[in-house]
Design a protein around this ligand. Structure first.
Ligand SMILES: *Cc1c(COP(=O)(O)O)cnc(C)c1O
Length: 619
């Protein structure tokens, strides 16, 4: 049975399996393999991140589309606004696309640090919203004032009363030196009683790092009133955590926030007009139906937000708030696919060719060989049990000195081959015993990438990302697979999991290339990625479609070369360069040899640190 790798669960219709390959389900439907090969033919080796701007646009359209539908359906009178939270992905080839493809929506950016604020000020179209969250010092608040004075529509969300005092201080300073009275809008992050669930839920709840308690909210309003700035208080904000797997906690949070909004308005916060519901909209990452990673759709999400805000406003007799969202994962995840070449299969030596049967073999080995040749569907279970039994006996015979290393090698190969054949013939579904045996013969696929750099949330949080090979998809994958990356760290492994099994194809990588696609990696992974072992951000490329549906590969940005990596760590690369050179120059080689050696060295220094040549031309 061929596998569709759970595409119908996590794929959102973005990709499709067609014959042997996985294709982009858009325009002229190019295969990921063709795109990858074209990039590699231009000389780029190692892993590559493919960016698909049409998938950014699709998510933004979905977000605005669903809220606009819900607004109509519930006759909601506020406005819908959204910003992209930069911490999810600040890479320029992504951010530029976000800004370009969303102009019709007045989509803005959210910043959580000074550097992100500068990106937001430089990239957000004038008039589109900017929201600023996170802890802020005086400089950061002053930057927000500069943004306002230069025309931006910016809201500073305060996380604590001290920030409010700083805003007042900066306001006084700016009033002295500038004639206009423009100041940023003020938002208040509320410390929610409700919190999300799941691995990312720490942003909400009473013990959260962020937000003002009810008491502080009241004090903040008093302070603003005294300063004559209460009208500037425009927004309340909450964020209950990323990847909200269930909708329940969001609904609770919406009720809590809705009532706070209504109450503050009744207490005279006349300027208050918006609720910012933060991010948290989840993405389906699962490749197996039973492990779904969210229990709601974007439609249900939009309906719940709009309905609850409508209901609370009606009951409390206040104006319906404008709604802001800061969904990041939902917007960014889909657009990026990491493609990485398989360099090696570790138990490839367990093949028929490696068998070295003798003229005369121990009887049990002869028997294993018979089992291997005559195994078929009807006897597979029995032969499998016999083989495992023989293995035990033969290993005991080896320990006692009755058979030699060559016999032992033949035993291991034959048993491995029999298990593989048996598993392929039998239906492992619901069979725990077979699954356990399968676990034992799992194949290790060495893949030219770093899990620390490219899937840090797998390393840190056990987050699963869909994995699909780019070829052989019309064939049954027979190998229970574990993925090894090329770092020297034993954590750089995606182990085989019998409950969400990854099966790959039995490939001879010396004869043909085999690539794995890691999907939904567009949110958080790139910027959280760490340079463990000095493997850096992989080569990236943007895949754009033209009016005729043809694709072009643009903005290829190669992974950093070796010297740039060291430069980033603040090594003096001039000194390193000199030392490498003088070592060669002072060596006992002939002048001609020195020159050739230097040539080779400089060629390698200009390359990135991913592997190139385990097999000729692979990597
Ligand atoms: C991280 C963050 C977001 C984005 O969350 P997602 O789960 O990626 O949608 C939005 N708002 C704030 C304040 C955040 O800290």
């Amino acid at each position: 049975m061929k596998s569709n790798y759970g595409l119908s669960i996590w794929g959102s219709g973005n990709f499709d399996i067609e014959g042997d390959t996985i294709v982009v389900n858009y325009a002229n439907r190019p295969s990921l393999l063709d795109i990858t090969q074209e990039i590699r033919n231009s000389g780029y080796k190692g892993p590559v991140i493919l960016r698909f701007p049409h998938l950014i646009k699709k998510q933004i359209d979905l977000l605005f589309g669903e809220f606009s539908r819900a607004f109509e359906e519930f006759e909601y009178r506020g406005s819908f606004n959204a910003v992209f939270p930069l911490k999810v992905n600040q890479f320029p080839n992504f951010v530029n696309e976000v800004v370009e493809c969303s102009r019709e929506y007045n989509y803005g950016l959210e910043a959580g640090s000074k550097a992100e604020l500068i990106i937001a000020m430089a990239k957000t179209p004038i008039g589109a919203p900017i929201t600023v969250n996170g802890f802020k010092d005086k400089e950061m608040i002053a930057l927000c004032f500069i943004a306002t004075k230069s025309g931006h529509n910016i809201t500073i969300t305060i996380e604590g009363l001290n920030e409010l005092k700083t805003i007042i201080e900066v306001h006084k300073e700016f009033t002295k030196s500038f004639s206009d009275a423009l100041i940023p809008s003020i938002g208040m992050r509320i410390r929610m009683h409700s919190s999300g669930i799941g691995v990312w839920s720490k942003s909400g709840g009473y013990s959260s790092k962020f937000g003002l308690t009810s008491t502080e909210l009241l004090i903040a309003c008093d302070i603003l009133r005294e300063e004559g700035l209460l009208e500037q208080f425009k927004m309340i904000h909450f964020h209950i955590g990323s990847q909200m797997e269930e909708i329940g906690p969001l609904k609770k949070a919406l009720r809590e926030a809705g009532n706070i909004y209504a109450d503050l308005k009744k207490r005279g916060a006349k300027g208050l007009e918006s609720i910012n519901i933060g991010g948290g909209l989840a993405v389906e990452y699962s490749q197996v139906a039973k492990n779904h990673s969210r229990n709601y759709s974007i439609k249900e999400f939009a309906n719940d937000v709009v309905f609850l805000m409508k209901e609370i406003s009606k009951n409390k007799g206040v104006k319906e708030p404008n709604i802001y969202t800061e969904s990041g994962r939902f917007i960014a995840s889909h657009h990026a696919v990491l493609v990485a070449p398989v360099l090696e299969l570790f138990s490839q030596e367990y093949n028929e060719k490696s068998l070295a049967l003798k003229e005369k073999n121990p009887p049990l080995i002869e028997e294993l060989y018979d089992l291997y040749r005559s195994i078929e569907k009807t006897n597979a279970r029995e032969y499998l049990h016999d083989a495992i039994d023989h293995l035990e006996s033969l290993l005991t015979l080896f320990d006692l000195g009755y058979i030699d290393l060559e016999d032992r090698s033949n035993t291991e190969i034959l048993v491995n081959l029999i298990i593989k054949k048996a598993i392929a013939l039998l239906d492992t579904k619901g069979r725990e015993d077979l699954k356990q045996i399968e676990d034992k013969i799992q194949e290790k696929y060495l893949v030219n990438f770093s899990i620390f750099q490219s899937l840090p949330d797998f390393w840190g949080l056990g987050q699963h990302f869909p994995i699909v090979p780019l070829s052989h998809l019309s064939k049954t994958p027979t190998q229970a697979a574990a993925i090894w990356d090329i770092t020297c760290d034993s954590d750089g492994e995606i182990a085989y999991n019998a409950h969400a099994p990854l099966k790959l194809h039995d490939i001879n990588v010396e004869e043909e290339e085999y690539f794995l696609g890691f999907f939904l990696v567009g949110a958080y992974q790139e910027v959280l990625g760490m340079k463990h072992n000095l493997f850096t951000h992989p080569t990236e490329a943007t895949i754009r479609f033209d009016k005729n549906g043809d694709y072009s590969i643009e903005s290829i940005l190669e992974a950093q070369n070796l010297m740039d990596i060291l430069d980033d760590l603040d090594y003096d690369i001039g000194v390193i360069d000199k030392r490498l050179k003088s070592n060669i120059e002072e060596s006992s080689l002939s002048d001609d040899e020195k020159e050739r050696l230097l040539g080779k060295l400089y060629l390698y220094l200009s390359e990135n640190s991913y592997l190139k040549t385990i097999q000729a031309s692979r990597g």
